[in-house]
Design a protein around this ligand. Structure first.
Ligand code: HSE
Length: 427
């Protein structure tokens, strides 16, 4: 005899439709494997009249959240609304009404994780969020559970498929940013308003969640330094490639004692680093634990079925468990012994400048860098002149972020003008 679990949906867009398709199309296998049957009893939507690809049974759709909250038969809610409000208010209400929450909404989850977790614990219900980060890649469960015997020292993520697609097209085809973005929009990979993706915010929410789990302490969203890809030039991608590097929008988290650095920005990585081959709209996470060593996870970070894969797996886990688990660290936004945000990180740098082609110019530039402890590791000068100046590209050894920024400000514009400054991860 199988057990029927009644569930509700908050929202039913692309991801919700994928979840419905997976729950119905894969129902026999789920029941065979778990002894559970899931019945989608109510689906909360904004517009009851909208034409939908799914033909829901009569009485399933509603535009009143109370129809789900006050239905005692519904024990689990799946949320795929996106955005902070009203999702956060409804998620809190669901937990307070004794319903387990499975969410794909990284924004509402990350900004309110501490209160959502507190409400879940107080009401003896579960809070599951695998789908909030990297779609189908099971990175949340992996860090929380499978790698719990590790002290994770760093983590690199390619956690936004839209920007990875754009940068891949710029790298492989030499497209400029606008043309690659247009192409991504035509393919439906980028939103009509792509700002959250291309400005790095989507990646920053995901990094805040991953870093909190990896470092066992809350790393709030505002600890994440964010720079997007809108200023990336095809010329820099090309120059970097010539020097052995590939440009990615990298989400970087590193921990040293209680100091953490969390940053999302365009970053050059070695062409032979496994993350350099993560192309198109794929996502990947590369991390290092003191016991497991280096590991990499790659897969689809978005899309209806990949996201549904994570949601339905969370649903099955939530419905089968005897005891819901929560992260073990003190999950307060600002706990007493909190992790500190280190904004003066060490990094190598890529600098492209237009310099006078005269004796002594490079030694002056090198001296300005040296005055700030920045040492040059590699340099290329291009033959062709532009307005009487030549292009010079430098890669530095590791230096302090603030020292580097100051050195760039002090370069004499009469000798050289810095056109681009990008960070390089050499590990
Ligand atoms: N917009 C995201 C991406 C997927 O491009 O990866 C949802 O988090």
């Amino acid at each position: 005899m199988s057990q029927t679990i009644k569930i509700g949906f908050f929202g039913c867009g692309n991801v919700g439709s994928g979840v419905w398709k997976l729950l119905t199309g894969f129902a026999r296998e789920i029941t065979h494997r778990t002894g559970l049957q899931f019945e989608v009893k109510r689906v909360l939507v904004h517009d009851l009249q909208k034409k939908r690809e799914i033909d829901f049974p009569a009485g399933t759709l509603t535009d009143s959240v109370d129809d789900l909250l006050n239905d005692d038969e519904i024990s689990i809610i799946l949320e795929f609304l996106g955005g902070e409000e009203p999702a956060h208010a409804w998620d809190m209400a669901a937990l307070q009404h004794g319903k387990t929450l499975v969410t794909a909404n990284k924004v509402a989850f990350d900004l309110h994780w501490h209160e959502l977790q507190k409400a879940a614990k107080e009401n003896g219900v579960g809070l599951y969020y695998e789908a909030a980060v990297c779609g189908a890649i099971p990175i949340i469960h992996t860090i929380e559970d499978s790698l719990q015997a590790n002290r994770i020292s760093y983590l690199y993520g390619i956690v936004n498929g839209t920007t990875n697609y754009i940068l891949s097209r710029m790298s492989k085809e030499g497209l400029d940013y606008e043309a690659a973005l247009r192409e991504a929009q035509e393919l439906g990979l980028a939103e009509p308003d792509p700002s959250s993706d291309v400005e790095g915010l989507d990646a920053a929410y995901k990094l805040s969640i991953l870093a909190s789990l990896a470092f066992h302490g809350r790393v709030p969203f505002e600890y994440v330094y964010v720079e997007g890809i809108t200023q990336v030039k095809a010329e820099d991608i090309r120059c970097g490639q010539e020097m052995g590097y590939t440009l990615k929008l990298l989400a970087i988290a590193k921990r040293d004692g209680l100091r953490v650095e969390t940053r999302v920005h365009p970053t050059f990585i070695r062409n032979d680093h496994p993350m350099a081959n993560v192309s198109g709209s794929f996502n990947a996470v590369f991390l290092k634990g003191h016991a497991c060593g280096e590991m990499m996870f790659m897969g689809r970070g978005a899309g209806d079925m990949p996201t549904a894969s994570a949601i339905v797996s969370d649903l099955v886990r939530a419905a089968s468990t005897q005891k819901h688990c929560y992260p073990t660290f003190s999950n307060e936004l600002y706990p007493a012994a909190r992790l500190e945000s280190n904004t003066d990180w060490q990094s190598a740098f890529y600098v492209r400048m237009l310099a006078e082609d005269q004796p002594g110019v490079l030694s002056k530039v090198a001296q300005t860098f040296a005055d700030h402890g920045v040492s040059i590791a590699a340099m290329q000068q291009k033959g062709e002149k532009l307005n009487g100046r030549v292009t010079v590209v430098l890669i530095t050894h590791k230096a302090g972020e603030k020292d580097m920024q100051q050195a760039v400000r002090e370069i004499d514009p009469g000798t050289a003008a810095v056109e681009s400054l990008l960070r390089v991860e050499k590990e």
